[in-house]
Design a protein around this ligand. Structure first.
Ligand code: NAD
Ligand code: MG
Length: 399
């Protein structure tokens, strides 16, 4: 049995991962469950899965969980701090890591597992977007096996030759006959909404994705299509793709999860019901097919498959992300940082839906081009960009 650590265990990806574990009880022993502050959920998970170790990044939550675990004489050991968590991830008590913390908060832990050469199931796209070349360099240096969990990247991975699958981070797409990676996206809940009504969009409307059930941040990112922009940057790094090798295609039904177009005209698509347990089962099975618990796709249900070009007037965040991808690391780090602040502010009713892209653009335009060659420098840009964004919100300087 392989020893699995699940980072972000109480979230949406965490729940799907644990569901695949339930369906395949002989594959993994759960060494660690880590999360932020959902104590009650974590307590239930500890009782069901009895991980050797548990980590809660929020101090109050850690103390509450300590009491609860004591009351039931649980053998689960609570880690005291982040240092212990990073050490555990690098130790031989862990073989595989599901990286599913949301946002830049997942960078340190994911990188620690990468640097220790572990098998990484990468859901936390923000970590890769934030650190790009540094992340990929660490993967290539340590020999860590990086599996894409994001449904689009997992679909692309499945549609690639084994030569390319074995060179994640350093793919020679052209040499293997790949003409284009076609990254599909549903367009989210506002694909048909009048642009004039965008200002009045509420958080409750924006979190309701038509096809996927996900955490709050990625649901808002899907509504603005910043998610597709982050995925574009993610694809650029995972598959070493050039600008002319990446294209976003709107596909409202989310049946095709992405495609690879080859130079002979063949297009290979991966399809199925939109459920994250499918790509999770794919990576957890090491590419072999295991049970995911997902119903087979019904071709006779009357669903039609449509495709369209994205409209950047509707999705300015997508354009900002694609441009940032080619401006360099400082731009993608800033884009990701400001987007995190903007999404939180929108969810707290501090800014309007349309101000998410304005905020990202304003801060991006205000920052100088910088060469980034260390994680410390990158984290500094992340916090400066966040501070600049918070200032703009506080001083009400958006239109
Ligand atoms: P979520 O909000 O449902 O869960 C986030 C998890 O991260 C929770 O367990 C939370 O406790 C934990 N967390 C947050 N901050 C933390 C911290 N500082 N330390 C430790 N744990 C922390 O999010 P989600 O939808 O499961 O998404 C997780 C990641 O997977 C994101 O990066 C997202 O982009 C990516 N992803 C999600 C989906 C999806 O369908 N949900 C699909 C593709 C990729
Ligand atoms: Mg995705």
């Amino acid at each position: 049995m392989k020893k699995l650590a699940i980072l972000g265990a109480t979230g949406s990806i965490g729940a799907s991962t644990l569901s695949v574990c339930r369906a395949n009880p002989d594959l993994y022993q759960i060494t660690l469950l880590a999360a932020s502050s959902s104590v009650n959920k974590m307590f239930l998970l500890c009782q069901e899965f009895t991980p050797l170790y548990v980590s809660m990044s929020d101090k109050k939550s850690r103390l509450r969980l300590t009491v609860l675990l004591k009351q039931v004489n649980s053998p689960c050991q609570l880690l005291d701090n982040e240092e212990q968590l990073l050490q555990l991830l690098a130790s031989n008590e862990v073989d595989s890591v599901m990286a599913a913390i949301v946002g830049g908060a997942g960078l340190k832990t994911t990188l620690a597992a990468v640097e220790a050469g572990k098998e990484i199931f990468l859901a936390n796209k923000e970590a890769l977007v934030m650190s790009g070349a540094l992340f990929i360099e660490a993967v290539l240096k340590s020999g860590a096996k990086l599996w894409p969990v994001d449904s689009e990247h997992n679909a692309i991975y499945q549609a690639l030759s084994s030569t390319l699958q074995n060179s994640i981070g350093a793919c020679d797409l052209q040499g293997q006959g790949v003409a284009k990676i076609l990254l599909t996206g549903s367009g989210g809940p506002f694909l048909e909404k009048k642009l004039a009504d965008f200002k009045a969009i509420t958080p409750a409307q924006a979190v309701k994705h038509p096809n996927w059930s996900m955490g709050q941040k990625i649901s808002i990112d899907s509504a603005t299509m910043m998610n597709k922009g982050l995925e574009y940057i993610e694809a650029r790094w995972l598959f070493n793709a050039r600008v002319d090798q990446l294209q976003v295609v709107i596909h409202p039904q989310s049946v095709i999860h992405s495609m690879v177009q080859y130079k002979d005209g063949s297009v290979i698509a991966q399809m199925g019901n939109p459920d994250m347990r499918v790509p999770i089962a794919h990576v957890m099975g090491g590419g072999s097919r295991i049970d995911s618990g997902v119903a087979p796709f019904d071709f006779f249900s009357g669903v039609n498959l449509n495709f369209a070009k994205p409209d950047f007037n509707r999705y300015p965040c997508l354009k900002l992300a694609i441009d940032a991808c080619y401006q360099g690391q400082h731009a993608t780090t800033t884009l990701n940082a400001v987007n995190e602040v903007a999404v939180e502010a929108f969810l707290n009713n501090q800014i309007k839906f349309t101000q998410i892209s304005q905020l990202v653009e304003r801060v991006l335009n205000s920052r100088e081009t910088q060469q980034i060659n260390s994680i410390e420098h990158l984290l500094q840009i992340d916090s400066e960009s966040k501070a600049a964004a918070r200032q703009l919100i506080k001083r009400d300087l958006l239109c």
